[in-house]
Design a protein around this ligand. Structure first.
Ligand SMILES: [Zn+2]
Ligand SMILES: [Zn+2]
Length: 286
């Protein structure tokens, strides 16, 4: 079984109820558990705290693309993992080409803090260890029992961008979850979805946004998927489950998002999951 926890279902538009884009994919239990964080948006460590996890528990952080809303709290993950562990625990960050440079700049911006803490704490001797792996297509070389692959997605002009697939085998069989990130329907995402069990897809309500007379909003229409497009992607791969996240505009608190669901059902007959932050979906092995 793999579990998917929507840590942050928000977007660049600040919402009091929705943290920034972040999804947790977990496998196994106890000390053997593996936890993969996909994107690190606003408030990610608060939401991780709500599921009794912290930065030290992460097996790796996987970044789908370098838009600010998806990486804004990466600095918090780096620093908090460093100061909350008592032996060196390098943080692995996987992302598209360009991630190394961004992480270098984050580290540079943290330089005063790193100096303060090393000077103040005798047992902190070296800066945070960060291991960045840039990927574009194919296998992601990580330790652990979850097999991770990636493929290019289409979020142009944001380039490059990638989606990730997580394959896990346990005593009951195997299962696979795909995390799309921001993308329009594309071949790379279709290839990741082939034979998988669930797709976590970011969506925007194009039917609402296209009626907002602001060019800044109109600009977002051509590089995201609508609920219908996400549903069509899930249907092409005959996936059992579609999980929507990154709701633009934010779904009001307490609203089950039935209107979002209704936009999917003409295209997709599987299970559709829409939820608030911390909504958790279990994907059983088969
Ligand atoms: Zn984006
Ligand atoms: Zn986004």
């Amino acid at each position: 079984m793999l579990s998917v926890t929507l840590l942050g279902t928000g977007s660049p538009m600040p919402s009091p109820d929705r943290a920034g884009p972040a999804t947790l994919i977990s496998a196994g239990t106890g000390d053997d558990a593996e936890h993969y964080l996909v994107d690190a948006g606003r408030g990610v460590l608060m939401r991780l705290g709500a599921v009794m996890l912290g930065a030290p528990n992460l097996s790796a952080v996987l970044i789908t693309h370098l838009h600010s809303d998806h990486i804004t709290d990466l600095n918090d993950v780096i620093t908090t993992r460093w100061v909350m562990t008592f032996e060196p625990t390098p943080l692995t960050i996987v992302g598209p080409v360009g991630t190394k440079k961004v992480v270098e700049h984050i580290m540079a911006s943290l330089a005063p803090d790193i100096d303060y803490r090393i000077a103040h704490h005798d047992d902190l001797e070296a800066p945070p260890e960060v291991n960045v792996i840039e990927v574009s297509d194919g296998a992601v070389d990580l330790p652990g029992n979850v097999v991770i692959t990636c493929a290019p997605t289409d979020h142009k002009p944001v380039e490059p961008s990638v989606g990730f697939r997580f394959d896990y085998t346990d005593d009951s069989g195997s299962c696979a979850v795909v995390a799309a990130g921001d993308t329009v329907p594309c071949e790379g995402l279709d290839s990741l979805c082939s034979g998988a069990d669930a797709l976590v897809h970011t969506v925007i309500r194009k039917d609402i946004i296209e009626n907002i007379p602001l060019q800044r909003m109109q600009d977002t229409l051509d590089y995201h998927s609508s609920p219908a497009e996400a549903a069509q992607t899930a249907a092409r791969a005959e996936l059992p489950t579609l999980i929507l996240t990154h709701y633009v505009p934010p779904i009001p608190a307490g609203d089950p998002g039935d209107d979002w669901r209704d936009l999917c059902t003409p295209h997709f007959t599987g299970k559709i999951e829409i939820g608030d932050d911390l909504h958790r979906v279990e994907i059983e092995s088969r």
